[in-house]
Design a protein around this ligand. Structure first.
Ligand SMILES: Cc1ncc(COP(=O)(O)O)c(C=O)c1O
Length: 453
């Protein structure tokens, strides 16, 4: 039996009524990928207030790698509810925070002593990583990449690349942020081809130190091992080794922002492992706690201890419910082979997407690592003109037919897969059938527009 069950036209009457109330009560700046209001969710599906059931390729933007409302996570949270809700770890600490830090120090890449601090969100974690890197190196500069996304607070907006809708209108941003091209091979900033390029984009950092910012002024280079919001761009396998070596040569720290790529998404616990690197500082959030707000900064012990006593923290930082949930998530990763499943799902997606690409030239690029997969849509394979309108039409087709998807990319022309890794094979095919129909539909319409055929 299919999981997708649509009982009303989408969005249904109750969702539409809520959208009207929302328009009056909530600022427009908070956008919604779909106009569907959720009533409940489990594993890889969610149900709206009108009783329509969808498959979920968004997973709360990558927060639900272990699935919606896993029993183990719920049990851990319920148990914590019976004890205490909040004390503030800076006033009266609790064991679960320490235990979670110990486990994070064990499972993150790098055979060295580590320490971990917990905070509330990915952006807050990036902010803390920058504070720690500056405190340790006593240098101000941070180098970030084109197409990077690191959050919506002022410092993380400075690090984030995409102008609209994230940055435009919110300047001035904090200074001492420098931006360089990323290893986005499909749209190489230097018009080179891997491997003949010999990773020019990584090696070019030496040039940046001469022409943009002096290396002795740079505290850290921050990168997402696989771009999230920037379009699921996975650099070539040897890229990060070269980059990290270059950083270390100049006493610069390497910060991996694994907020989206972490916790099994790429088929390893952390994408850094797939690149054979051990970041000096690793930033995580999203899927760390199975749907509750939590983020972590894990790093070499001596780096993490650079800020003075009281220099780090926050009222709700590492709250007990989120810590309990995160411990349950780590148990789930130990018990279930979610990493292998991420790879299987990724391989399956790639197979189907390649078949679509052979039929429809709108699919310019298929890429990703493990279960972090995407297609980039273009109006012409040669010119690679981004097909943003078509991408929107496909995602709209998808949610109207029972599949929640989200877009990505600086040009808004990427459809990304962040499906909970517990989706069954039947559900995955059901979802991909909808996506395929959405692409076919848009391609059918395009036949009427000669220049796009
Ligand atoms: C790579 C990356 N870093 C940071 C963030 C910011 O996380 P948050 O929205 O929890 O502040 C995100 C959010 O999408 C992200 O994908």
């Amino acid at each position: 039996m299919s999981t997708i069950q649509l009982r009303t036209p989408i969005p249904g009457p109750k969702s539409r009524a809520l959208s009207d109330r929302r328009a009056k009560a909530v600022p427009r700046g908070l956008s919604h990928g779909t106009p569907i209001y959720v009533a409940k969710a489990k594993d890889a599906w969610l149900e709206d207030v009108d009783g329509n059931r969808y498959l979920d390729f968004a997973g709360g933007i990558g927060c639900l790698n272990v699935g919606h409302r896993r029993d183990e996570v719920l049990d851990a949270v319920k148990d914590q509810l019976d004890h205490f809700l909040h004390t503030c770890v800076q006033v009266t600490p609790y064991e679960s925070y320490v235990r979670l830090a110990e486990r994070m120090n064990e499972i993150t890449p790098g055979n060295f002593a580590k320490k971990t601090i917990f905070i509330n969100s990915g952006a807050e974690a990036v902010e803390n990583a920058v504070k720690i890197a500056r405190a340790y190196t006593k240098r101000p500069g941070i180098i970030a990449f084109e197409d990077a996304f690191h959050g919506r607070t002022m410092m993380t907006l400075a690090l984030t690349s995409k102008t609209h809708p994230y940055k435009a209108g919110f300047a001035p941003f904090p200074s001492e942020v420098y931006r360089v091209p990323f290893a986005y091979c499909y749209r190489c900033s230097y018009s080179l081809k891997y491997p003949a390029c010999d990773l020019y984009c990584a090696r070019h950092l030496e040039d940046t130190f001469k022409r943009v910012v002096a290396n002795e002024e740079v505290a850290a280079v921050i990168a997402e091992p696989v771009l999230g919001e920037g379009g699921f761009v996975a650099p070539p396998p040897d890229y990060f080794k070269v980059l990290v070596e270059l950083c270390h040569k100049h006493g610069i720290l390497f910060i991996a922002d694994e907020v989206q790529s972490g916790f099994g998404r790429t088929g390893a616990m952390f994408a850094s492992e797939r690149y054979g690197i051990a970041p000096d500082i690793l930033v995580t959030a999203k899927s760390i706690s199975g749907g509750l707000p939590l983020a972590a900064v894990t790093g070499k012990a001596e780096i993490m201890d650079a800020p003075g006593v009281g220099g780090l923290g926050g009222t709700f930082a590492g709250n007990p419910l989120s810590c309990a949930a995160a411990l349950a998530v780590l148990d789930l990763f130990e018990r279930e082979n979610l990493l292998a499943r991420a790879n299987e799902l990724g391989d399956h997606f790639q197979r189907r997407a390649r078949e679509w690409q052979s039929r429809w030239p709108i699919i310019g690029d298929i890429r990703g690592l493990g279960g972090m997969q995407a297609i980039e849509l273009v109006q012409s394979q040669e010119a690679k003109t981004p097909a943003a309108d078509e991408t929107k039409k496909i995602t709209q087709y998808c949610y109207e037919h029972g599949l929640i998807t989200i877009t990505a990319g600086s040009y808004g022309n990427v459809i990304r897969v962040l499906v909970p890794l517990v989706i069954t094979s039947e559900q995955m095919d059901e979802a991909l059938d909808v996506l395929e129909a959405g692409i076919a539909n848009v391609c059918g319409q395009k036949k009427e527009v000669p220049q796009l055929v």
